[in-house]
Design a protein around this ligand. Structure first.
Ligand code: NDP
Length: 239
């Protein structure tokens, strides 16, 4: 397993678009060698790309082996890949529920478990999970998604306790509503309702999420672990 003398390696899952791509750009600007994982299409211009489907242990294993062999051990791991399958609970099928948990929670577990192998060797590292404000607030029509996002909090806090003595931190960022393909599905009426419910009165940009993730990845955040950091314009405050 190679560990180059070059810049530290950061891995971002689901980073071919949306919040993940903004995070990849911010980490690159901070000097990391950023590895972008993508499931469909191709890696964005200017990034090293590796194929990874977080719903497959084999795919996660193959991606990490490839990265370690070619570049070295990733020391910042951002679990960003996620899906929604919104519908009211009465209409939510078993698959609607389990597919979302499988991608958002079990997927993040697979990535963290595999990443830990390298981080224990390095005796340092940052596990950063992209959660959501709805993990604490709940959300009508998102029983599956909110369950997956609250699950990330328990998982990150357990990782923080398990790995803290090796200088490995585990934190969650909890975005509110962000302008990406995921929220582009909302109709105009719902978008206005949501914006009106946010104290800052607007949606978030992907770059505003990326800046906080870059902070958590930086030396400045070395004593933060087990935290859930809201980036929600005040929508979830008090929870
Ligand atoms: P997008 O739908 O724009 O992008 C989702 C990304 O996840 C894509 O790169 C997608 O890959 C990838 N992905 C989905 N399933 C898998 C999988 N099984 N394996 C690997 N990659 C996968 O979403 P956002 O950028 O909006 O969201 C990113 C994260 O932020 C998600 O975890 C989401 O829950 C969270 N979030 C988003 C909010 C928002 O308002 N947008 C608010 C709060 C949290 P592909 O292109 O191949 O589909």
């Amino acid at each position: 397993m190679a560990q180059s003398e070059g810049p530290a390696i950061a891995l971002v899952t689901g980073a071919n678009r949306g919040i993940g791509l903004a995070i990849a750009r911010a980490l690159k600007a901070d000097g990391f060698h950023v590895i972008v994982t993508y499931r469909t299409g191709k890696a964005p211009e200017g990034f090293t790309g590796v194929v990874m489907d977080v719903t497959s242990t084999t795919s996660v294993e193959a991606a990490f082996s490839e990265i370690e062999e070619k570049f070295g051990i990733p020391e910042v791991i951002v679990s960003n890949a996620g899906i929604t399958r919104d519908t009211l609970v009465m209409r939510m099928s078993d698959e609607d529920f389990t597919d979302v948990v499988e991608a958002n929670l079990t997927g993040a577990f697979r990535v963290a478990r595999r990443a830990t192998r390298g981080l224990l060797k390095l005796k340092r590292g940052r596990l950063i999970f992209v959660g959501s404000v709805v993990g604490a607030l709940g959300s009508a029509g998102q029983v599956n998604y909110s369950a997956s996002k609250s699950g990330l909090v328990g998982m990150a806090r357990s990782l923080a306790r398990e790995l803290g003595s090796r200088s490995i931190t585990a934190n969650v960022v909890a975005p509110g509503f962000v302008e990406t393909d995921m929220t582009a599905e909302l109709d105009e009426k719902r978008r206005i309702e949501i914006a009106n419910a946010v104290p800052l009165g607007r949606f978030c940009s992907p770059e505003e999420i990326a800046d906080v993730v870059a902070f958590l990845a930086s030396k400045k955040a070395s004593y933060i672990t087990g935290a859930v950091i809201p980036i929600d314009g005040g929508l979830g405050m008090g929870n």
